[in-house]
Ligand binder design. Structure first.
Ligand code: 2PG
Ligand code: MG
Length: 406
């Protein structure tokens, strides 16, 4: 397939900040689009994000270089772009621009083949096997803190993990109801009618300390007899707390060892707590591994999850799997900067026995490609915001792709 035009537009994300949309036109001047989300707590090894003016210039260079060339596959195009950029972090062409071109091209292929995007990805990267229904665990962020809110909570995300039970639409419905009863509980506690929300649609009210939101979720799960279906997951995003060898944890300066003891206590006090993402800064693989060893002694399945640690990068995933640092990894296509590399990271993780959680970013768009990526590689989990306003589209796409039917 040949690409004629590559255009970058500045658009708004769910936070009201700007990000980019990439449009390409094929030989017959049909247009295909990709909107690229944008993160606030970024790992330092993530693919670079070019601001709009530079992104425009990069798109023009890509257009000049690829027009008239035939690309047979997504890999073929991505390889060309990676070579053209020539830097480890995609600083010349920008991970946001490259992923946009890669994704818009995948949509052009899907159109040509009369397939869904996930089917094109599944065939090219995952051997064409996608049997049965797709019902991943849903990680939904219901209480926001850290850089995603203004309530002073050091922990960035308090999520619930919902296991599919019965029909998937019922499962998502239960999540919606849980979000409502959590709202009721917080209204009762604060006496406020209008609750403030954070960047991902989770509640962003004030709490006594960083553990209180965990206790709140824990109590609601027990009270409503949801233990079989609901668990709790945290994203500490500890990189944003780390300075000069210590973590600024709600006003306390904690060394890694003390922070680890805090987590050990939390897992003991909250039996529904099952997963903790980025518990330490992104260079601290040893601390991740030590926490994992602690959690091996706790009853139930417990996951230590890498995000800024592993940044959807096959080499880092391999390194930290070998170090025993993680049970699961977050997959974000824009950390990698092309679809090929994101899919390679997913394959690498599953070959090493790690779970894969395909994730949104805190600044999201209407583009629901994350669900297609998850479906294509049969991910164990998807991570999204609260089931609220601009975030609902992701849940609906999940329901649409559940059966794998076109
Ligand atoms: C994270 C994400 C998404 P951001 O840290 O996992 O929740 O946040 O997109 O700001 O990096
Ligand atoms: Mg994270």
């Amino acid at each position: 397939m040949r690409i004629k035009d590559v255009v970058v537009r500045e658009i708004l994300d769910s936070r009201g900040e700007t990000t980019i949309e990439v449009a390409i036109a094929d030989d017959e001047l049909r247009d295909f689009y990709a909107q690229i989300p944008s993160g606030r707590s970024r790992g330092k090894h993530e693919a670079a994000v070019l601001p709009f003016r530079d992104a425009e210039a990069a798109a023009a260079r890509i257009e000049r270089a690829i027009s008239g060339r035939d690309f047979e596959s997504i890999k073929d195009l991505d390889r060309y772009l990676i070579e053209m950029d020539g830097t480890p972090r995609k600083e010349r062409l920008g991970g946001n621009v490259m992923l946009g071109v890669s994704l818009a091209f995948a949509r052009a292929l899907a159109f040509e083949r009369k397939e869904e995007l996930w089917q094109v990805l599944n065939r090219e990267f995952f051997g064409g096997k996608a049997d049965g229904p797709f019902r991943p665990l849903i990680f939904s962020n219901l209480i926001n803190g850290g850089r995603h809110a203004r309530n002073g909570l050091p922990v960035q995300e308090y999520m619930v993990v919902v296991r599919p039970r019965g029909s998937y639409v019922k499962t998502v419905g239960k999540l919606l109801r849980f979000y409502e009863i959590l709202g009721d509980a917080l209204r009762l506690k604060t006496g406020e009618e209008e609750l403030p929300l954070g960047d991902e649609g989770g509640y962003a009210t004030a709490f006594e300390d960083a553990f209180e939101p965990v206790q709140t979720l824990e109590d609601l799960i027990t009270e409503h007899s949801l233990s079989e279906q609901f668990s709790i997951a945290l994203d500490i995003a500890a990189d944003s707390l780390y300075k000069d060898g210590a973590y600024d944890f709600g006003g306390l300066k904690l060394e890694a060892g003390t922070l680890r003891e805090t987590y050990d206590d939390w897992f003991e006090w909250a039996p529904h707590l099952m997963s903790i993402e980025d518990p330490f800064e992104e260079g601290a693989g040893d601390d991740f591994a030590a926490l994992r060893r602690d959690l091996a002694g706790v009853t139930g399945e417990k996951w230590v999850v890498g995000d800024d640690l592993t940044v959807t990068n096959p080499a880092l995933i391999e390194k930290y799997a070998a170090a025993g640092a993680v049970d699961a990894v977050i997959i974000k296509a824009n950390q990698a900067g092309t679809l090929s590399e994101a899919c390679e990271a997913m394959n690498k993780a599953s070959a090493l026995g790690l779970k894969r959680i395909v994730s949104h970013r805190s600044g999201e768009t209407e583009d629901n490609f994350l669900v297609h990526l998850a479906r294509a590689g049969n991910a164990e989990g998807v991570k999204m915001g609260a089931p609220h306003e601009s975030r609902v589209g992701k849940f609906n796409e999940l329901l649409r792709l559940e059966g794998g039917m076109v």
